[in-house]
Each structure stands twice: as structure tokens, then as C-alpha cells.
Design a protein around this ligand. Structure first.
Ligand SMILES: Nc1ncnc2c1ncn2[C@@H]1O[C@H](COP(=O)(O)OP(=O)(O)OP(=O)(O)O)[C@@H](O)[C@H]1O
Length: 246
């Protein structure tokens, strides 16, 4: 089977953060989760954001996804802007750490629903859901309810749900965080393989060095900043091992 996607050929970054910051709350209790970050995600990138708990990884991912807005600076999507606001939501797929399937729907229905909301016709949505589930080895589980799935199976369905929408960019927040090592590796591998087939860029947050090793570019975060891995401090601009985030 084939997950056909539309490769971005413009080369413009899918996401660009320019001095983007996010502060929660105000006054003496304010928490600066992300200090002014400048980074970008080019089409086809494979990026891992590594850092300890509380370092700002999820906040950065939410800003990139458009699920949250920076309190200073700017987050833009130059490679996706032609899609408009609705299109942006379709072209950026987000995989969350915890259970995210809708309990009253089967695995297949969970994958179909966002497609139907996007306006995809019934037959086409069913066919795309089947293809996505098959690509993740889940065809035999299509009729199961979420509470009849293991954590790994449920996470693979969540990945299928994202991929069926044919995103240009997949943002995955600790997608293996609640899985055992073997299942986590399997989920990550199918995510990366399917994204490759779609031509989608992938950015994954993790604490896990084994997950980080699977992605070619690594950005390190500490205390809301992108940092040099050797020093564990600094404000960037060169936190990646292989590529600059700019
Ligand atoms: N809604 C919120 N209100 C107040 N503070 C928050 C909120 N969300 C996150 N924070 C704080 O912002 C900082 C960064 O949190 P964030 O969840 O982005 O880190 P993280 O690196 O993703 O952590 P983890 O790996 O544990 O998920 C932390 O100090 C956290 O307590």
C-alpha cells in the first residue's frame, strides 16, 4: 500500500520561530517556559528536541503547531502559508504523549473522523484510513475499541490518524514516553517510515537518548533555551549536532 503525500517543493521552512518566547502567568509567579528562540524546520527534516523535564520542549512544539501563541517574538509557517488557517491545521499533524483516541469510536473511526471533518468524502476517508492503518500494521485491529488496544497499538492508531491526513509536518511530543522500550522503538520506526513515504518532515521531543539517535538532527533544550550539548548552557544559535536550527 502507499501513503501518497504532497512533497513541498518550495524549500521554504515549514515552521520558523523568530525570537519566539512563551511566558505562563504574570508577575512574580510567571514562568518563562521558552525564551526567545530562533529556529526553523525545513521540508523533509528529521529533528529531535532533547532535554530534561520542564526544559520547554512541549511548549516549543505547541508553538510550532499553532496550538499556542508566543507571548513575544513570532512563529510563522512560510512553507504552509498558502494553505490558509484551516489548511495549516491539516498540514501539521500532532502526536501526543498520552492516550488521545476517542473512546466511543473504533480504531478505524478514530482515523476517519478528522478526515470527514476536513471534508473528505466517506469512501475516500474510509480508504485513506484503511491505508494508514495498514501501513502501521493495524489492519486487523481496525474494528477494536480504544480500550481493547494495548498502549503501543493505541499510539500506532494515533500515528495513523495523523498520517491519514497527509501532513507536511508531523510534530510528536514524547510519542514513546508511555511505552516500553521495544514498543517505543517500533512506534518511532513506523512513524519515521510512514513520514518518509509521505515526504513529511518530523520533529520529535524526547528525554530518551535512544529515540534521539533515530533522528539525524538533534536540538538540545535546557531552561527554555536551545543550548550547545557540550556545555548544557547558552542561548544558541547552534544546538544541533548535525544542522543549525536557524
Ligand atoms: N500551562 C502552564 N502553566 C504554567 N506553567 C507551565 C504550563 N505549561 C508548562 N509550564 C511550565 O513551563 C515549563 C516548560 O514546560 P514544558 O511542558 O514545555 O517542558 P517539557 O520539556 O516538555 O517537559 P516534559 O518533558 O516533562 O514534558 C515548566 O517549568 C512547566 O512547569
Amino acid at each position: 500500500m502507499c501513503l501518497t503525500g504532497r512533497k513541498d517543493t518550495t524549500g521554504a521552512p515549514l515552521v520558523r520561530c523568530e525570537n519566539a518566547a512563551r511566558t505562563y502567568g504574570s508577575g512574580p509567579g510567571a514562568v518563562v517556559a521558552v525564551h526567545g528562540l530562533t529556529c526553523s524546520v525545513p521540508p523533509g527534516a528529521r529533528i529531535c528536541v532533547v532535554g530534561p523535564s520542564g526544559s520547554g520542549k512541549s511548549t516549543l512544539l505547541h508553538l510550532m503547531a499553532g496550538l499556542d501563541r508566543p507571548t513575544a517574538g513570532r512563529v510563522s509557517h512560510p512553507g504552509l502559508d498558502r494553505e490558509g488557517t484551516d489548511g495549516l491545521a491539516r498540514r501539521i499533524g500532532v502526536v501526543f504523549q498520552g492516550p488521545s483516541l476517542l473512546p466511543p469510536l473504533t480504531a478505524a473511526e478514530n482515523v476517519v473522523l478528522p478526515l470527514r471533518i476536513d471534508g473528505v468524502g466517506e469512501d475516500e476517508a474510509a480508504s485513506r484510513a484503511r491505508a494508514a492503518l495498514e501501513s502501521l500494521g493495524l489492519q486487523s485491529l481496525a474494528g477494536r475499541m480504544p480500550d481493547e488496544l494495548s498502549a503501543g497499538q493505541a499510539q500506532r492508531v494515533a500515528v495513523a490518524r495523523v498520517l491519514a491526513r497527509r501532513p507536511c509536518l508531523v510534530l510528536a511530543d514524547e510519542p514513546t514516553g508511555q511505552l516500553d522500550r521495544a514498543t517505543g522503538c517500533q512506534v518511532l520506526r513506523v512513524l519515521l517510515d510512514a513520514a518518509e513515504e509521505l515526504g513529511a518532515a518530523v520533529l520529535v521531543t524526547t528525554h530518551d537518548p535512544r529515540v534521539a539517535r533515530e533522528l539525524e538532527t538533534r536540538w538540545y533544550m535546557a531552561d527554555g533555551r536551545l543550548v550547545q550539548p557540550e556545555t548544557g548552557s547558552g542561548t544558541g544559535p547552534g544546538p544541533s549536532t548535525e544542522r543549525s536550527p536557524r
